[in-house]
Design a protein around this ligand. Sequence first.
Ligand SMILES: Nc1nc2c(c(=O)[nH]1)N[C@H]1C(S)=C(S)[C@@H](COP(=O)(O)O)O[C@H]1N2
Ligand SMILES: [Mo]
Length: 573
Amino acid sequence: MRLLWRSLRGLVLHHRPHRRFLATISSTGNDQRKQQSHKWSSPGSRTERLLYAAYWAGGLALGYHWLSDGHKPLLAEAQVVPSDDEQEARARLWHITPRADLPNYKTDQVEQHNSAKTGIWITYGLGVYDVTDFADNHPGGDKILMAAGSAIDPFWAIYQQHNTLEVLELLEGFRIGNLEGVDLKPGASAAEDELGSPWAHEPQRHALLKPASKRPFNAEPPIGLLAEQFLTPNELFYVRNHLPVPVISAEEYELEIESGSSKKKDPLTLNLEEIKALPKHSVTAAIMCGGNRRSEMTKVKAVKGLSWGAGAVGNAKWSGARLCDVLREQGVQPDESKHVIFEGADLDPTSHPYGASIPLSKALDPRGDVILAYEMNGETLSRDHGYPIRVIVPGTVGARNVKWLTRIVVADKESDSHWQQNDYKGFSPSTDWDTVDFSKSDAIQAMPVTSAICTPQPGARVKPDDDDGHITVRGYAWSGGGRKIVRVDLTSDEGKSWHVAELEQEDSPDGRHYGWSLWTARLPISESSGSDVEIWAKAVDSAYNVQPEKFEHIWNLRGVLANAYHKVRVKIA
Ligand SMILES: Nc1nc2c(c(=O)[nH]1)N[C@H]1C(S)=C(S)[C@@H](COP(=O)(O)O)O[C@H]1N2
Ligand SMILES: [Mo]
């Protein structure tokens, strides 16, 4: 196990470019912080803050213009205005180009600036940056604290979605100096990145999966295809990765299980063969990302997160060993602890694995159907979906369905991972980034009832398919916690009249109904409705929970639990 651990950790961390910097640079010197501080904007903090707000609200024109203006000196050699590509190519060289107008610093000087108190410096390539204000003013800017006093290179090797032209320009604005004793030639880092990159071993993906982000890979299938099959084809099943996909061989794979205190059993280690030798159990379950349909919520007011459409969900038949069998065999009692923590083999740059936890009651309940899955729709689990083993927690938000599962711990506390503690939680619409306190909200477990119209798609021209003017509408509906969908209602006249859809669903008992329901409705289109029609869908689950009408009242800053009515405007041909 340890060996595997180390080799995986090595995969992610071994090629940190900054290691070399750290190794080649020795120490002296005193604190020169702020002395040469090149600030992003001179007029003072109010303006700065406004610009930050404008910039981070989504690259608004104001921020963008300022950014390009702010870098005129850097771009000045060019006579013609560079194209975006050229500009990007230049920007990619800034951090490996010494700036003669700025002083040199040694690594240990940078290291001393690692908190809000001392100011926060980071390095990128040979650039030294004072990002104190960035961390304060950029929502989520506190993430940069992970790199405080050190190199941001390894973080950006993983979180490449942050490494955009805009961010490079922003960062260069915070440049205060050059890291001494570093000899980086243009191109060298690129070559190294390819060889040692944690991204070098990403799997091939289906061309229809359109990425919302490539590194880490996040993609949903075209929503028009989603409701075509009850079981989502594996290669079209949405992928949500927070980190690079780990490389795990069947021979080396091991799952460690720490079953808690009282029984004093030694931790159990199971290899893949041993897991497959346990009684095999199958369950049909939809997995849905907590951020599914976020792109609709964000129209009310900007939220932070990947802009998912309605396709961050899929339905599959999962097969594997039951977690309750393994835990009971280990003597775990229902009352002995409260949580079960899962860890994946994917490590972040600080060597912390992706992690999440669920209540022990769910894990031990045979009707909870939590499984250590090695098959998806009868095929070996693919690397993107967690090869060789992932935990399937039916009815529970996608985030707890940990892929590349390497460790299970029965514990008194929830997982302390970022994704359990500081993400995937809901808040009041009035909570903003200044007032949010993640410790005050519960982690999402069971998901609320939702539905989506898959066809027709927004803006489509739809022909009534018979003489009395009906159109056919198709979609999916699902509720968490094993609650069955009992009805899906549609309207084309803003709720004056409702039409009940026909459901296609598995015949599993309520409380244990984990698969999604597909539905088809025939909607009458009256003459009076004109050529523009908005179709609304809402689902009802077995507890008679129903979707809220509007996103306004369920808006939350992370854009999770986005389950308001799905509304699609089409043209009647
Ligand atoms: N180890 C690991 N497990 C993980 C994740 C991850 O990044 N790493 N992402 C989670 C999230 S947020 C979701 S929505 C689902 C997505 O599963 P899929 O990619 O198989 O669709 O996996 C969950 N399990
Ligand atoms: Mo997710």
